[in-house]
Design a binder for this molecule. Structure first.
Ligand code: CA
Ligand code: CA
Length: 193
């Protein structure tokens, strides 16, 4: 079984593995983000922390991130996976240290998915960039059945976001080049219209 479902807010590819024991929905988050979230040059005046995707029109204020809902499989998930790729280019004259994390939060955590209250950092990565250098940071995580963090995802959806901290005096251009989610569920739990 393989089918594409076009929804108002999300494109989801559904497929079942050959054993027909697990159904997965692949969500390409990149295709739903605004241009400002995908790429921007930011001045780093000693240190700065930005939050992506930005939902309150200010990159440096933490917020509710991106709400994923209106997709199949949200009820009774048996697995969750994420892979994010952030290309970072040091466009200034100073060295930069970068630390990035991927956050997961329930739909109800609409004010701040970065404060450790009802939210969690599932993946973290760091990089050091000399002037004029470019590196790609990869954030990757998966949750298996029984992981308590899966309980953050309910039929109402869930929230996701990236916390990117830069330290140094320079400028940095970030470019989100990959942001993919995989939601897994056993077929007997699947409800598709
Ligand atoms: Ca913000
Ligand atoms: Ca929170």
């Amino acid at each position: 079984m393989k089918r594409l479902i076009a929804l108002a807010t999300l494109l989801v590819a559904l497929s079942a593995c050959s054993g027909r024991t697990i159904v997965t929905a692949d969500v390409d988050v990149l295709s739903f983000l605004d241009a400002v979230d995908l790429s921007q040059e930011v001045t780093v005046p000693g240190s700065i922390e930005v939050y992506l995707p930005d939902s309150d029109d200010d990159l440096i204020t933490p917020d509710g991130g991106y709400l994923v809902n209106s997709v199949p499989l949200l009820d009774q998930l048996t697995g969750f996976g994420v892979r994010v790729e952030i290309e970072l280019e040091n466009t200034g004259s100073g060295t930069l240290d970068i630390a990035a994390s991927f956050r997961l939060a329930p739909a109800s955590d609409s004010a701040n998915i970065y404060d450790g209250n009802n939210d969690v950092a599932l993946a973290e990565a760091a990089a050091s960039l000399a002037p004029s250098s470019t590196q790609t940071v990869v954030l990757e995580a998966s949750l298996a059945q029984g992981d308590p963090n899966l309980d953050l995802i309910t039929g109402d959806g869930f929230r996701i976001g990236l916390d990117v901290r830069a330290t140094g005096s320079s400028t940095v251009r970030y470019r989100l080049t990959g942001f993919a989610l995989t939601l897994s569920q056993r077929p007997f739990n699947l409800i598709v219209p």
